[in-house]
Design a protein. Structure first.
Length: 85
């Protein structure tokens, strides 16, 4: 994992967040969440790398519906287990 709170000397600094992904879901695949590392700005050219989760489900016709984007792991676990945010 990338070091947290590192300094970028230019406005177009490299994205040091690795392509690490994670997933969790129910056995029936009714609800699932996928996570990836993203870089967020802390201000003053400082950044932090965090895991952001996207919660998805299927509607009545079987299409995938994105419920929420950029949530924490606790919120994603609660959504997968109970369907509540």
């Amino acid at each position: 994992m990338a070091p947290s709170n590192y300094k970028v000397s230019t406005m177009r600094g490299a994205n040091f967040a690795a392509n690490v992904t994670a997933a969790m879901g129910t056995k029936a695949d009714a609800r699932w969440a996928t996570g990836k590392l993203v870089k967020r700005s802390l201000g003053f050219k400082r950044f932090d790398v965090v895991m952001a989760w996207t919660c998805k489900t299927r509607d009545e016709s079987g299409k995938v519906v994105t419920v929420r984007v950029g949530v924490t792991e606790e919120c994603a676990k609660r959504f997968v287990e109970t369907g509540e945010m």
